[in-house]
Design a protein around this ligand. Structure first.
Ligand code: RIB
Length: 330
């Protein structure tokens, strides 16, 4: 009986290309598609689960868990993961957990029942023991935005601490003299590191006080409420660093509602770089390389699935300051 490997060999293309052709997922050139179709006919090849497993795949599906699909950061991430996954012949099952640990557990069980080949997890609620459970069942996992002490988990993060520092340094350079910070969920390393970066650059200045840090949840609503609270405590603040762009958008709404003009009265920097062009004024931000993160997450997951030995466990990506009108100098 012919296998997917026989088809790939005779057609002169990779197994992943044949898989993309069979699953109608991802790009296959017209020429390659014609050749594969001819070879399939010639070898009387019938794709089935056995052929899949010969190609090293259990279900040719991977799971992607995100905490909040309404945050544009995650569709952008999902898109690059999906593009890369298709290139390898995988289909992506998207699970939006709504930041709810019960929903998250249910999704993990469902993904296991569906025999996914691996899971990419971005979560504000996942705990190390959940990952250990998956690892015990030999499910390859790539974790985003979080680092657990166990060195056997592949984690992807960005220079969060440096990003927090950069944001404050930029606000100071633009003339701010009292800067507040809206921090994200403390359950993830990325969020804690951004706040640590804010503190690195602020502690020791004559204006810093811990009550300039407001605690929130990476949502627009959360950013809005945190900003209102900060303004009640510090009506004279003139700069804000929010740990993500959505909270920065909420903060800007609160500032404008209370009669403050951005950037002349208060300057604002976000984090992520999700390109909220519709904002007025446009938001300065510490941008993450979202597409690259997605592609690398998928490359790493495939490396784990194939049991390659050279996978880097902790990968840290650079961030970039993007200057827009929200921090323009007066
Ligand atoms: O905005 C969503 C946030 O969740 C991002 O900053 C990303 O890093 C993740 O932690």
């Amino acid at each position: 009986m012919a296998t997917i490997k026989d088809v790939s060999k005779l057609a002169g293309v990779s197994v992943a290309t044949v898989s993309r052709y069979l699953n109608k997922n991802g790009y296959v050139s017209k020429e390659a598609a014609e050749t594969i179709a001819e070879v399939i006919e010639k070898l009387n090849y019938r794709p089935n689960n056995i052929a899949r497993s010969l190609a090293g795949m259990k279900s040719a599906t991977i799971g992607l868990m995100v905490p909040d699909i309404l945050n544009p950061f995650f569709p952008e991430l999902a898109r690059s993961i999906e593009d890369a996954a298709n290139g390898y012949g995988y289909t992506v099952m998207l699970c939006n957990t709504d930041n709810d640990s019960v929903k998250e557990r249910k999704y993990i069980d469902t993904l296991l029942q569906k025999q996914v080949d691996g899971i990419i997890i971005s979560s504000y609620t996942i705990k190390p023991e959940h990952l250990t459970g998956l690892q015990k069942q030999s499910i390859p996992v790539v974790l985003m935005d979080n680092v657990f002490s166990s060195d056997s988990v592949v984690s992807l993060t960005v220079e969060n601490r440096r990003g927090g520092e950069l944001a404050v340094q930029h606000l100071l350079a633009q003339g701010c003299s009292k800067i507040a910070h809206i921090c994200g969920p403390l359950t993830i390393t990325s969020s804690r590191e951004r706040t640590a970066g804010f503190e690195d650059a602020s502690r020791g200045t004559d204006w810093f006080t811990p009550s300039l840090i407001g605690y929130s949840d990476f949502t627009v609503k959360g950013g809005y409420s945190a900003m209102k609270e900060l303004l009640a405590l510090h009506p004279d603040l003139d700069g804000v660093f929010a740990s993500n762009d959505l909270m920065a958008a909420g903060a800007m709404k609160a500032l404008q509602e209370t009669g403050r003009s951005i950037p002349s009265d208060v300057k604002v920097v976000g984090f992520d770089g999700i390109g909220l062009e519709m904002m007025n004024p446009e938001l300065s931000t510490i941008a993450q390389p979202i597409s690259e993160l997605g592609k690398t997450a998928m490359d790493s997951l495939v490396g784990l699935i194939r049991e390659e030995s050279d996978i880097v466990t902790d990968q840290v990506f650079p961030v970039t300051l993007i200057k827009k009108q929200s921090t323009r100098k007066n």
